[in-house]
Design a protein around this ligand. Structure first.
Ligand SMILES: NC(=O)C1=CN([C@@H]2O[C@H](COP(=O)(O)OP(=O)(O)OC[C@H]3O[C@@H](n4cnc5c(N)ncnc54)[C@H](OP(=O)(O)O)[C@@H]3O)[C@@H](O)[C@H]2O)C=CC1
Ligand SMILES: O=C1O[C@H](COP(=O)(O)O)[C@@H](O)[C@H](O)[C@H]1O
Length: 505
């Protein structure tokens, strides 16, 4: 018998420097932009779910701030309606909703104006001056610096005060630097939490678990075994009421600069020394910096941009982008596909295809890893290349397609078979909304799921030439009907390399 049989295996673990999560957190959390869509749809429901799980102490305060003149009572009524609509467990638990609303306060204030009356907010914060204090700025990015200035002018920044900045951080490199510099005048980098809600998705975090807890995968996770990688974030929704913002952003700024490049970094990075904010972000940064810059020729050949026109989704007629926007013309892309390259030893020669779009046929966010084919085929059929699909959402899970022997065919024929795991079934639990994890991490002061200044800037460095190239029409705008898979040239981008996008079966 082998010497070690029956003995516990020694695992050399890197130290996890994350703070203690076992005690309910007690804090003051100021949400600037408290009457807005994000607060009502995401932030309050996320806090409520964690309160229900007893992770938030009853003496905590969630202080909503916006300019609208509302009493705390009226604000609580709005918050209650939002919880009933957006928090999955709220309609069944009136008592928990009532208890949670006791934590909620409202202050009417123009937070970008130092000269406004800040005293009601100061009074609320004075009760527990020494405890964790968070300012979550959920307003337009152009207000971030003025808001940080005003918070500082009123001496509200303690050693345990943090600021959360919603995306987008700027619209280009210069404006991102200006926000980082402006906020950085008052808050040090350890106090600044730049949010990217994709990092709060369990399935995105699971990329780390899959890669670094399963040597079977990590050993084939390189250019020797992988032919290409696809990252798709397809949505069926249009721009809705966010047209004025979206039309100044477009899919590249709205989805790629942040979410898709973060996912790409997690897929491509080297193993971090530990699961600490510094180590993880150092490794992601190396990937962002290793992205091959796009020159005019690459923008013409390796990018596709398009805008949706009227079409049909799930049997319902929907308008085109211009009608949704209420405009006669726009040069904003609602769909894009890009062939990117990561210039590292691990990934040399492996294309990374990025694709995102609004008003597509299906809502589907996934990472597809396609493995290289068998170099010498002994079968009559050529086996389909194996694909590992990481389903970020919906139907969170993963599948690995393999070739098996067709049991009924004459002779030895191959047929694709799939190993499929649904995380909800496998783990037998609900999948929390991404903001739940992120809000609690801010309270704990854990930056591992937040974007560091240099990451934001490295992303803009790669994105900006594409924006400029498109502005100069290096790649003309195309259209696609709502409910489709985007324009045909998106398929050609892969076909030219001998690949195809994986589409929903
Ligand atoms: N909604 C979403 O799904 C997402 C939003 N984001 C980002 O989050 C931020 C907020 O988005 P969203 O909630 O949709 O925006 P909304 O326009 O719905 O809300 C903006 C909020 O800011 C308040 N506000 C505006 N100016 C001030 C001010 N000077 N002082 C205090 N409050 C102010 C508004 O209230 P009032 O007018 O009463 O002051 C309102 O509560 C944006 O940066 C957006 O890009 C990011 C990802 C997704
Ligand atoms: O940040 C954003 O993300 C959403 C998509 O988020 P998801 O979690 O549903 O994938 C997108 O609709 C929005 O335009 C963008 O600002």
């Amino acid at each position: 018998m082998a010497e070690n049989a029956g003995k516990a295996r020694t695992v050399h673990a890197a130290t996890d420097s994350r703070p203690d999560e076992s005690q309910p957190a007690s804090f003051d959390f100021v949400i600037v932009g408290a009457t807005g869509d994000l607060t009502m749809r995401k932030l309050l429901p996320a806090f409520y779910e964690r309160f229900r799980l007893k992770q938030i102490a009853a003496d905590s305060k969630i202080i909503g701030v916006a300019r609208s003149d509302l009493s705390t009572e009226t604000y609580r009524q709005r918050a209650e309606a939002a919880l009933k609509e957006f928090a999955t467990s709220a309609p069944q638990d009136e008592k928990a909703v009532r208890e949670f609303l006791e934590l909620v306060h409202y202050v009417s204030l123009d937070a970008s104006n130092t000269a406004a009356d800040w005293s009601p907010l100061e009074t609320l914060l004075a009760t527990y001056a020494a405890r964790v204090r968070v300012f979550y700025v959920a307003t337009a990015p152009k207000l971030y610096v003025a808001t940080a200035d005003a918070i500082a002018d009123h001496s509200l920044i303690t050693d345990v005060t943090r600021i959360v900045l919603e995306k987008p951080i700027g619209t280009d490199l210069a404006s991102a630097k200006a926000i980082n510099d402006g906020v950085g005048r008052h808050f040090n980098e350890e106090q600044i939490f730049r949010i990217d809600h994709y990092l709060g998705k369990q399935t995105v975090q699971n990329i780390l678990a899959l890669r670094f807890a399963n040597p079977i995968l990590e050993r084939v996770w390189n250019a020797d075994s992988i032919a290409h990688v696809q990252i798709t974030a397809a949505e069926t929704v249009g721009v809705g009421k966010r047209g004025p913002y979206y039309d100044t952003a477009g899919a590249l700024r709205d989805m790629v600069q942040n979410h898709l490049l973060q996912v790409l970094s997690l897929v491509a990075m080297e193993p971090p020394t530990a699961l600490s904010a510094m180590d993880l972000r150092d490794e992601k940064l190396k990937i962002l910096r290793a992205l091959k810059p796009m020159d005019t020729e690459a923008i013409a050949c390796d990018t596709v941009r398009a805008q949706y026109t009227a079409g049909e989704i799930d049997g319902k007629a929907v308008d085109g982008y211009l009608t949704d926007l209420g405009a006669d013309m726009s040069n904003t892309e609602t769909f894009l596909a890009i062939r990117a390259e990561v210039r590292t030893t691990r990934w040399a020669g492996v294309p990374f295809y990025l694709r995102t779009g609004k008003r597509m046929a299906h809502k589907e966010t996934e990472v597809v890893i396609e493995f290289r084919p068998q170099p010498w085929a002994i079968f009559v059929d050529s086996p389909e290349p194996s694909r590992l699909v990481l389903r970020i959402q919906p139907d969170e899970g993963m599948s690995l397609s393999l070739s098996g022997k067709d049991p009924l065919a004459e002779g030895f024929r191959l047929r694709e078979a799939s190993l499929d795991v649904s995380y909800i079934k496998a783990f037998g639990t609900r999948y929390p909304d991404s903001y739940e994890d992120l809000l609690m991490a801010v309270v704990r002061g854990d930056q591992v799921l937040f974007i560091r200044r240099d990451e934001v800037q490295a992303s803009w460095c790669w994105i900006e030439p594409i924006l400029n190239g498109w502005a100069e029409n290096a790649r003309p705008m195309e259209t696609y009907p709502a409910g489709s898979r985007g324009p045909a040239s998106s398929d050609n981008l892969l076909r030219d390399d001998g690949f195809v996008w994986k589409e929903k079966a």
